[in-house]
Design a protein around this ligand. Structure first.
Ligand SMILES: CC(C)(COP(=O)(O)OP(=O)(O)OC[C@H]1O[C@@H](n2cnc3c(N)ncnc32)[C@H](O)[C@@H]1OP(=O)(O)O)[C@@H](O)C(=O)NCCC(=O)NCCS
Length: 285
């Protein structure tokens, strides 16, 4: 897997690696975005703590505390989901500090949704740098033409943040969800690739100094999303997914009810079939 470097600054594509012009002599803080499926089970499970922080969950569509079984079910769902890519944001010390996700990926229409959150312990300015780099990643590496996001009513800071990065209002869904026991609305915001390509220079001119405090790399292999990787890689990935399932079973048996265990066993069985189908193909080639 390549690590594609999306510095907030301008980038030139050289052999698939994005490089940037360093605008000042201070060392930028290195931040890595690693696919959730590639981080350790410990990190995958630890993310639940950040997701459950008050400052994060109150701005999520599901704002209650996420229990372990729900988290495990989510981990299990996203593993085989080609329409979303979840990245763990890892700081220079190797600690997870947040999540950035591309959701509802629609390859025929080249559009997607995105969202992110950071632990409240994350350093100031990281949200902005991450947004700049992640927009570049989604347009350049995933070849999308339109990027959408939804922000819960009251989260004015994030609406403002998105507008700083050229997102425009595309509507407001009144009384759309229940949040903290009340019906509230949802802002719809969107950004076209054309607007981004034309406007990102201006954004960088304005905010480059603070964006350049971070150097953001995204580990991503384009064949991963579209399922056309080499067979050996697919088997490796499937095995890694099943390893996670076995760990989850262990935890479920310790913590939870047998019915959740059955769902995981069914998933293991299906992935085992996939491994054997891929292995058959490999030997018959
Ligand atoms: C959205 C989020 C990732 C942004 O991260 P961040 O680290 O706060 O980002 P930054 O430090 O770059 O700050 C972004 C802006 O918010 C402002 N800000 C930061 N903390 C603030 C606070 N407590 N109150 C008001 N404004 C604040 C910053 O000044 C900055 O504004 P500017 O662009 O005018 O300078 C983070 O706030 C978060 O995880 N929020 C909860 C989840 C969420 O709302 N996700 C978005 C759903 S789409």
């Amino acid at each position: 897997m390549k690590s594609v470097r999306f510095r907030p600054a301008f980038s030139d594509r050289i052999s698939g690696i994005f490089t940037m012009t360093v605008k000042d002599n201070r060392r930028p803080r290195q931040i890595n975005l690693i696919p959730l499926t590639d981080v350790s089970t410990e990190v995958q499970l630890g993310i639940r703590e950040m997701r459950n922080e008050d400052t994060v969950r109150k701005w999520m569509f599901t704002d209650r505390i996420i229990e372990l079984n729900e988290h495990l079910a989510w981990l299990s769902r996203i593993k085989g989901d080609q329409r979303q890519i979840i990245f763990v944001v890892i700081d220079g010390e190797g600690c997870p500090v947040g999540i950035a996700s591309v959701n509802a990926i629609d390859y025929p229409h080249k559009k997607a949704d995105w969202a992110f959150y950071l632990t409240e312990k994350a350093p100031a300015g990281l949200g902005s740098a991450l947004e700049f780099a992640f927009i570049n990643f989604i347009f350049d590496a995933l070849d999308m033409q339109k990027l959408n996001c939804q922000v819960i009513e009251g989260n004015d800071r994030v609406v403002k943040l998105h507008k700083k990065f050229l997102f425009e209002d595309e509507g407001f869904k009144r009384s759309d969800i229940i949040n903290n026991g009340k019906r509230i609305g949802v802002h719809l915001l969107g950004l076209t690739r054309k607007d981004w390509d034309e406007g990102k220079g201006g954004v960088y001119e304005k905010y480059g100094k603070s964006l350049d405090k971070y150097s953001i790399s995204v580990s991503w292999d384009n064949s991963q999303g579209k399922g056309d990787g080499k067979l050996v890689d697919q088997i490796e990935m499937a095995r890694a997914r099943n390893n996670l399932n076995w760990m989850n079973i262990l935890r479920l048996v310790l913590d939870l009810s047998p019915e959740h265990g059955k769902a995981l066993i069914a998933d293991i069985r299906d992935i085992d079939k996939e491994i054997s189908r891929l292995s058959d193909k490999l030997v018959s080639e």
